[in-house]
Design a protein around this ligand. Structure first.
Ligand code: SF4
Ligand code: SF4
Length: 252
């Protein structure tokens, strides 16, 4: 999960927002508020605020609390109060002590990006796509499932030549009530046509034995922005297209 940093040390976010990366506190304008100490009533007294995000002043364990508070404040105050318009873009604040190679810090910035989407639907769509991209990149080109002659490591020696992209289906007639069917979303090229996040998060015993497992609580974007029941759906709505999953998240 990456954001582009240009030569002027800025990080472009979506929706015209951007952050400036600075090295010393004295480069930061007076109007900044430490993201760790944001207070709703203090913000209401100010006409405009800029955020200062000093990665040396808080750690990974505090990310969720800080981001949830920022999301709450962003929803409650008028949309022009956070950030300063500069030409066609909006400066959201400053980042200090930034390590561009830190996955945790970059995930925190992605979560800031998510907060400043205009609608909940847009936010969910962004989070969904960002996490799917991350999971796709994690697997890309590694053949972690050890596919050989269309059989993966877990299903070796069985009749399955489509990995775990098949499931039991109930049928109304015949001696047996259930039969194995290939998932309707599997394309001819053996790719997923549904962009199902639940399937992408799934790891079987074979992968778990290799130490590959994805827990929702470890994926910041999923952990911060969804409630427990939504997380349940994200985990268990396998064989389901993206649109249906997002729809379920919106009404849950
Ligand atoms: S996740 Fe497991 S069952 Fe599914 S394709 Fe990979 S190895 Fe096979
Ligand atoms: S929805 Fe799930 S089971 Fe169906 S093709 Fe996509 S990854 Fe495979």
């Amino acid at each position: 999960m990456e954001k582009v940093i240009d030569l002027k040390n800025t990080i472009d976010l979506d929706n015209k927002y951007y952050l400036k990366v600075v090295n010393r506190n004295d480069e930061v304008l007076d109007k900044t508020m430490n993201i760790k100490k944001l207070k709703f009533d203090t913000i209401l007294k100010k006409e405009k605020i800029l955020l200062s995000i000093d990665f040396n002043s808080f750690d990974r364990k505090q990310y969720k609390k800080i981001l949830k508070k920022l999301l709450f404040i962003k929803k409650m105050v008028s949309k022009n109060r956070i950030g300063i318009k500069e030409d066609s873009k909006i400066l959201l604040g400053y980042i200090i002590n930034y390590d561009k190679n830190s996955k945790d810090q970059n995930d925190f910035i992605l979560a800031i990006n998510a907060i400043f989407y205009k609608t909940r639907y847009e936010r969910y769509n962004y989070i969904y796509d960002t996490v799917c991209d991350y999971l796709d990149k994690f697997f890309y080109g590694k053949n972690l499932c050890d596919f050989k002659d269309n059989q993966c490591g877990e299903k070796r020696g069985t009749s399955s030549v489509v990995g775990c992209c098949r499931h039991y289906k109930y049928k109304l007639i015949g001696p047996f009530c259930f039969k194995w069917v290939i998932c309707e979303h599997l394309t001819k090229e053996h790719t997923c046509g549904a962009k199902c996040i639940s399937c992408k998060l799934y790891t079987c015993d074979y992968l778990r034995k290799k130490g590959i497992v994805f827990k929702i609580k470890d994926i910041l974007l999923l952990d911060v922005f969804f409630r427990p029941l939504q997380k349940y759906y994200i985990k268990y709505m396998v064989y389901t297209p993206k649109e249906k999953i997002i729809k379920r998240l919106m009404i849950t």
